[in-house]
Design a binder for this molecule. Structure first.
Ligand code: SF4
Length: 192
């Protein structure tokens, strides 16, 4: 299905309880944006406050870190497609619940299918575990490319979430090393 059609099908969505918070806050659904034919897709967990106000993924500080990361890799924001596992902000930025992921993630599946990227860069534990269908954490998974059991043919490259880097010096260092690895993957023509 084309991205525009998927986005239209989410208009005014009430498929899970996160719609209540969205309506109460006057916030927006954050569908995703970017190059519809991107070789690299960036996948996060859920919109935060800035994102749900703007209706765009990864704005503000996390967006600046992401854009800097992409520059290091040799890409711009317009080269990639950016989306989250769930499209409405969970209250107090808590992790999305299973029922919320079950309701919303089919839209991400459709986005991945429509864009058909070679590489999905997952940011943080939640998006990585979702893409790789594993309980393992980002600390052991980051920086290694492996095929997604959820999206066959798409290779997942897990990275730490940009907004988590200031919590831990090792994460920041590993994030920078992973950018170098990702730059090599992009330079070598991805994995197809
Ligand atoms: Fe609909 Fe997804 Fe928002 Fe839930 S999170 S209300 S499924 S758009």
């Amino acid at each position: 299905m084309r991205l525009e059609k998927i986005e239209r099908s989410l208009s005014g969505c009430t498929r899970c309880g996160l719609c209540e918070q969205r309506t109460a806050d006057g916030a927006l659904t954050v569908f995703g944006e970017g190059n519809p034919h991107a070789e690299v897709m960036v996948i996060g967990e859920a919109p935060g406050e800035n994102e749900s106000r703007a209706g765009r993924p990864f704005v503000g500080m996390a967006g600046s870190v992401l854009e800097g990361m992409l520059r290091e890799v040799g890409l711009s924001r317009g080269d990639v497609y950016i989306a989250n596992v769930v499209k409405c902000r969970p209250p107090s930025n808590r992790d999305p619940r299973k029922d919320e992921v079950a309701a919303c993630s089919p839209f991400l599946d459709m986005q991945v299918d429509a864009v058909s990227p070679s590489v999905a860069v997952t940011l943080g534990n939640f998006a990585t575990r979702h893409a790789l269908m594993t309980g393992e954490g980002i600390a052991s998974l980051h920086g290694k490319l492996r095929e997604s059991p959820r999206w066959p043919g798409v290779f997942v490259f897990p990275c730490f979430h940009p907004s988590a880097l200031h919590y831990n010096r090792d994460w920041k260092r590993w994030f920078e090393e992973d950018i170098v690895t990702l730059r090599g993957i992009v330079r070598d023509g991805f994995v197809r």
